[in-house]
Write a protein that binds this ligand. Structure first.
Ligand SMILES: [Zn+2]
Length: 442
């Protein structure tokens, strides 16, 4: 066994445990110190940040310009603080099917500081050692694939299963593995829970972690019914790593404020007070050095909890992340004009289906609903009616809906399988899209 790795993991666990007892003042002091170190490093070592933050070196974080994903990709080589790390090389590397978790032996490609599994393992997981099964995308671009590849803790034996495999094969493998911890997309958690309830899947995990997608109340209920354990919601992104996760009380997600400085903002990047949902989330990743991320924009809807935490953690609570605002569909409204339909509207109907997955595609005036591997009782006409009813309830003029059973959801750019594929919107997106995030349980 690698002794240095063991000591590093033990040390890391102690550090992270210690942070759970920080006071608000200690956390704020840590953030100030780490923010200063990150900004100093960025303007010194990154040609992009030298210009981007010019004249603002001593300005408060909230006055710095926002780094969008488009800006990041357009200026990647200038943002990089290591001349050896270039976007073209990185992309070529990620295209290789045999790509290992390391790039040029020094960089973890997608998993940055504190991957979601590691965090949950430390903060919310069961004791160790554990057997962990990660059901995720095999596409190397996708963070979950990298997360699985990067968890080499001596306490966690990780097995990665490809979410693209036929469901029967995943079930067979899981039955053989008997994992203590299962990590999967929310829709896969729901599918596996249905398999368990049907008696085909027979595992008894002590923890179920869901990531990358919205964990709806329906999916949560099914998982509890299947395994008698409430699933843990984890919020992470490829570029930033873990951002938030539920603690064992499941009263919302705690922001990893010792690793990131999150700013909940509106579309004009103005800070949004606690209790009011934001439409943008700006994330400063304190440990990011190779690609410094300072006020990096995520288009997620988050609402900060008001009042003190009901548990002892110093990290602020946020309400459920309701998917990307980018994913909202714009449809004609029943009362005229147009209306943004948040993906949660589809989750409520389609998460209840006995199927391996789903996708809603906007094609002109038609909504095509793809259902992957539906079960024997699948009724496309009923699904169509339910989708139309949900859209009407959300205020849309019910469009034509066509429901189609397919073998697998087609992968789009970078191998992602978005749940909602909207047509490009020339007029921009209405900002009243969808419902407000669910209120936090007190
Ligand atoms: Zn808590």
């Amino acid at each position: 066994m690698d002794v240095s790795l063991v000591s590093r993991v033990l040390w890391q666990r102690r550090v992270l445990r210690g942070r759970e007892r920080w006071s608000g003042a200690e956390l704020a002091a840590h953030q100030r110190r780490e923010e200063a170190r990150l900004r100093e490093f960025a303007v010194t070592r990154s040609p992009f940040y030298r210009r981007f933050h010019e004249g603002l070196e001593h300005a408060p974080l909230g006055e710095l310009p926002v780094l969008t994903k488009a800006t990041l990709m357009d200026n990647f080589d200038q943002i990089s603080t290591d001349p050896a790390l270039r976007l073209a090389d990185l992309q070529a590397y990620l295209e290789r099917p045999d790509a290992g978790p390391k790039f040029g032996s020094r960089y973890w490609v997608a998993a940055t500081s504190g991957s979601s599994s590691e965090w949950t393992g430390v903060r919310a997981g069961p004791g160790h050692p554990v057997r962990m099964a990660v059901v995720s995308s095999a596409t190397p671009w996708h963070q979950s694939a990298r997360v699985a590849a990067s968890v080499h803790s001596p306490f966690i034996a990780t097995e990665r299963l490809d979410a693209g495999w036929p469901l029967g094969e995943i079930v067979t493998r899981l039955n053989a593995l008997r994992p203590d911890v299962v990590v999967a997309y929310a829709s896969m958690v729901r599918t596996l829970a249905a398999e368990q309830v049907a008696g085909r899947l027979r595992i008894s995990p002590r923890a179920v972690n869901s990531s990358s997608e919205v964990l709806t109340p329906e999916a949560r209920m099914m998982a509890e019914r299947a395994w008698q354990v409430p699933p843990f919601n984890v919020y992470a992104a490829t570029e930033t790593g873990g951002i938030a996760a539920e603690c064992r009380y499941h009263h919302g997600m705690h922001l990893f404020e010792d690793l990131v400085i999150p700013e909940v903002a509106d579309d004009a990047y103005r800070p949004v007070p606690a209790g009011t949902p934001g439409t943008r989330l700006l994330v400063t990743v304190l440990a990011s050095r190779t690609i410094p991320l300072i006020r990096y924009e995520m288009t997620d809807r988050l609402v900060l909890a008001t009042g003190p935490n009901p548990c002892m953690l110093p990290f602020r609570l946020a309400g459920a992340v309701e998917g990307r605002t980018d994913d909202a569909l714009v449809l004609p409204a029943a009362r005229g004009g147009s209306i943004g339909i948040h993906p949660v509207v589809f989750h409520k109907v389609l998460d209840l289906l006995d199927a391996a997955g789903w996708q809603v595609r906007q094609e002109g005036t038609l909504l095509r609903v793809l259902i992957a591997e539906p079960g024997p009782g699948f009724d496309p006409d009923a699904t169509e009616r339910h989708v139309r009813a949900a859209l009407a309830e959300a205020g849309a003029f019910p469009p034509s809906v066509r429901v189609l059973a397919i073998d697998a959801i087609p992968a789009g750019a970078a191998g992602k399988r978005p749940l909602v594929v909207a047509e490009p919107k020339p007029g921009g997106l209405p900002r009243d899209a969808g419902r407000d995030p669910s209120p936090l349980t007190p």
